[in-house]
Design a protein around this ligand. Structure first.
Ligand SMILES: Nc1ncnc2c1ncn2[C@@H]1O[C@H](COP(=O)(O)OP(=O)(O)OP(=O)(O)O)[C@@H](O)[C@H]1O
Ligand SMILES: CC(=O)C(=O)O
Ligand SMILES: [K+]
Ligand SMILES: [Mg+2]
Length: 567
């Protein structure tokens, strides 16, 4: 049986106006302690072309070669081994830290399915992070991966200092500790903790409860002496470097002057400049309170990076970010359910419903969403997860979040590869269960486009996804320059995988964060007939598809939809 129907819609509406690149310099809100610091002059942004080799180590032709097709080495192996129906739909983000910063360790994560490497600017030096970025680049270049890089800012919430170099400190019941905003030149006195926020000693009151990392350790404020705040430990535990601090009065989180701290601190701006000059793929912004900060940052990036192809991810981890969720998600290019800090700001029992809501809002507004923090916390120390952790991971997969993230498990845990394997196998198992049970997902998806041409793209993708499910096609193909049409298909969470063909390596890396997309780099033209024929022969030559496979192809140049068997 051979099907080859095609329906073309051509469109003459003008494309949406481009984002202006000549924006006034953004005003920088600096915390008092750092207001004197200036931003350094910016280096030109680099967007290196990446040469990708295949699994056998033989370098493939440079990206400009019109006859080449590039796909992630691991994905290719997976496609060949299991056929494309069973490729993993849920994407995986790994935080890189001391346990995983070496080249071989990064390669092990990439082989294990890491789609995005996250670096957390709360920890380590810029030089350290640059080395990690360089290694990931080399890995992509030499070994044929397309691992994207996400830089996560520190944000200016209140946190402890770095414990004078110690990896942790134990606080025991009843002990008196000093939390101080003083700068100590020499070693920290015993049971003393530095606090990064200058207004701390003024803002807290005797009787307040001080929570470290949302309650891992608790103290009661018993005395204030100038810059020093004496506290008694009421809930013992381990203090970790740069742990988050919140203080509570009469059972409520205190949000006074500390709530006025800028979302992006002066140190964050320096880190952002670093991220732009390094050409990272994503910048995740901590403690976002409003949409303005996202819009501001996006215009800053657009004015400073030549191709402005860095996506901004809004971290939802505060009360304000939940209040302003829709507008924040709308302004951003994606969001993260940062359950660590979120759980310190809202009661823990409210975190699961917040997660569900954030995932749903992102899906409706067509923005990728990452579920993060403590997914496999026990695996920092133990080689197997708890049953509860497996259930939590399953729930995030079942909610059809775009991506799951490892934090301490991969940054400083003892079993980073095992933790990644758990995420991978749990994702695959749930996804297989959907296919076995034919659990297609029918979520009402509102229209998100503001232009008529965008609405057409949406309708095409919604229809293509529905047809793909009803006709049980083997794959959806999408030809997309910006990646937008691929994300619209991904939003429908169709039953079959989506092969996303795009012309640039940077778009390909960014598509790596989105549910169900298998991103390929391929140069193509406006002639869909020839694009399809060329893709079929390139994929067939690599044994990725075979004659007779049923495919639905859509493209954002032609706004077309075609159903056909691979010849
Ligand atoms: N670059 C690094 N250098 C040293 N330790 C790191 C590094 N990155 C992460 N870690 C360690 O791994 C732990 C977990 O990392 P992660 O960045 O996910 O957590 P986090 O600090 O809770 O996140 P966030 O600050 O964004 O809320 C950290 O608490 C820290 O101990
Ligand atoms: C990831 C992060 O920032 C959090 O969970 O708080
Ligand atoms: K961070
Ligand atoms: Mg956080």
């Amino acid at each position: 049986m051979s099907v080859s129907h095609s329906l073309h819609l051509r469109l003459f509406t003008p494309p949406p106006t481009a984002i202006p690149t000549h924006l006034p310099p953004p005003t920088l809100l600096l915390p008092r302690s750092a207001a004197h610091r200036r931003l350094p002059s910016l280096r030109a942004s680099s967007s290196p072309e990446i040469l990708v080799s295949d699994n056998n180590g033989a370098p493939s032709p440079p990206p400009s070669d019109p006859s080449s097709i590039e796909v992630d080495a691991v994905t290719e192996a997976e496609l060949k081994e299991n056929g494309f129906r069973s490729t993993r739909r849920t994407k995986l983000v790994c935080t890189v830290g001391p346990a995983t910063c070496g080249f071989d360790q990064l390669e092990a994560l990439a082989v294990g399915g890491m789609n995005v490497a996250r670096i957390n600017m709360c920890h380590g030096t810029r030089e350290w992070h640059k080395e990690v970025i360089d290694r990931v680049r080399r890995l992509n270049h030499e070994k044929g991966f397309a691992v994207a890089i996400m830089m996560d800012t520190e944000g200016s919430e209140i946190h402890m200092g770095d414990l004078g170099g110690a990896s942790s400190a134990k606080a025991d019941d009843g002990e008196i500790w000093t939390f101080s905003v003083r700068a100590f030149d020499s070693a920290l006195p015993q049971r003393t903790i530095n606090v990064n926020y200058e207004g701390f000693a003024e803002d807290v009151k005797v009787g307040d409860e001080l929570l470290v990392d949302g309650g891992m350790v608790r103290f009661e404020v018993i005395q204030k002496i100038g810059p020093d705040v004496k506290c008694r430990c009421t809930d013992p535990g381990l203090l970790l470097p740069r742990a988050n601090l919140t203080f509570w009065r009469n059972g409520s989180l205190v949000r006074e002057r500390n709530a006025m701290l800028p979302t992006i601190s002066s140190k964050d701006w320096l880190d952002i400049d670093f991220g732009i000059s390094e050409g990272v793929d994503f910048i995740a912004i901590s403690f976002v309170k409003s949409a303005e900060v996202i819009t501001h940052l996006k215009s800053y990036i657009a004015a400073r990076s030549r191709d402005s192809d860095i996506s901004v991810i809004a971290k939802i981890e505060s009360i304000d970010s939940l209040k302003n969720l829709e507008e924040i998600v709308l302004a951003a290019d994606g969001a993260m359910v940062a359950r660590g800090d979120l759980g310190a700001q809202i009661p823990l029992e409210q975190v699961p419903s917040a997660q569900q809501r954030i995932v749903q809002v992102c899906r409706q507004l067509n923005k990728p969403v990452i579920v993060a923090s403590q997914l496999l916390e026990s695996m920092i120390e133990y080689p197997t997860p708890t049953r509860a952790e497996v259930a939590d991971v399953s729930e995030a997969v079942r909610q059809r979040a775009d991506a799951l993230m490892l934090s301490g498990e991969s940054a400083m845990g003892q079993y980073p590869d095992k933790a990644l394997t758990v995420l991978r196998s749990v994702s695959l198992r749930i996804e297989r269960w959907w296919r076995e049970e034919k659990r297609y997902e029918a979520m009402l998806l509102p229209s998100v486009g503001s232009y008529f041409s965008e609405k057409i793209s949406e309708e095409i993708c919604n229809s293509a996804a529905k047809m793909a499910n009803n006709l049980e096609v083997d794959a959806l193909f999408v030809y997309t320059k910006t990646g937008h049409m691929a994300s619209l298909l991904s939003r429908c969470r169709p039953d079959c995988p989506i092969f996303a063909f795009t012309t640039t390596s940077s778009v390909r890396r960014r598509l790596n964060l989105q549910w169900g997309l298998i991103p390929f780099r391929l140069s193509f033209t406006d002639d869909m007939e020839s694009n399809l024929n060329r893709t079929f022969s390139l994929l067939k030559a690599r044994n990725l598809i075979k004659s007779g496979d049923l495919v639905i192809a859509v493209s954002d140049m032609l706004q077309s939809i075609q159903v056909m068997n691979v010849p």
